[in-house]
Design a protein around this ligand. Structure first.
Ligand SMILES: [Cu+2]
Length: 152
């Protein structure tokens, strides 16, 4: 009776060892797949014609590189996004135009300005070092395209 119980325990232990082996193998295997996936994504992003691959949930949850939206003004459909951007004094601000029409960003008081940008072109400017509220426009569309840079 006692020996039998002992055997049962041994059996259980053996099974769990087997399970650990399988688990280790699976995690190794999935790591290999993941690295292959990220390589594929890298090559896909370099070729413009390739359709963007659907990233697996595993890939998205473990990819740490999330592009920061701080200090950035996006231009789309004749509008600034955000229309009011708050930055620290003297920080670098990136401007990206997503329209086919050329746009730019120019402070009304002339304290900062970027040249006209074509579609998907970007440029940076340095925010003023003096805290304050700086209205800016897109020079070709200054009547409709207006924004504010808040330095604080
Ligand atoms: Cu414009």
């Amino acid at each position: 009776m006692l020996i039998h119980r002992h055997c049962e325990r041994m059996n259980l232990l053996l099974h769990s060892k087997d399970f650990m082996k399988k688990f280790l193998f699976l995690s190794l295997f999935s790591a290999m797949i993941f690295s292959a996936c990220s390589q594929q994504q890298q090559s896909a992003s370099t070729s413009a014609t390739a359709p963007s691959p659907q990233p697996s949930p595993v890939a998205t949850s473990t990819t740490p590189t999330v592009p920061t939206t701080q200090n950035q003004i996006d231009i789309q459909n004749f509008a600034f996004s955000p229309s009011t951007l708050t930055v620290k004094p003297g920080s670098t601000v990136k401007v990206i135009n997503h329209d086919t029409i050329q746009h730019n960003v120019a402070a009304v008081d002339g304290s900062f300005r970027v040249n006209l940008l074509g579609k998907e072109e970007s440029a940076t400017f340095i925010a003023p070092t003096k805290p304050g509220s700086y209205p800016f426009v897109c020079e070709p569309h200054r009547q409709t395209m207006q924004g504010t840079l808040v330095v604080q």
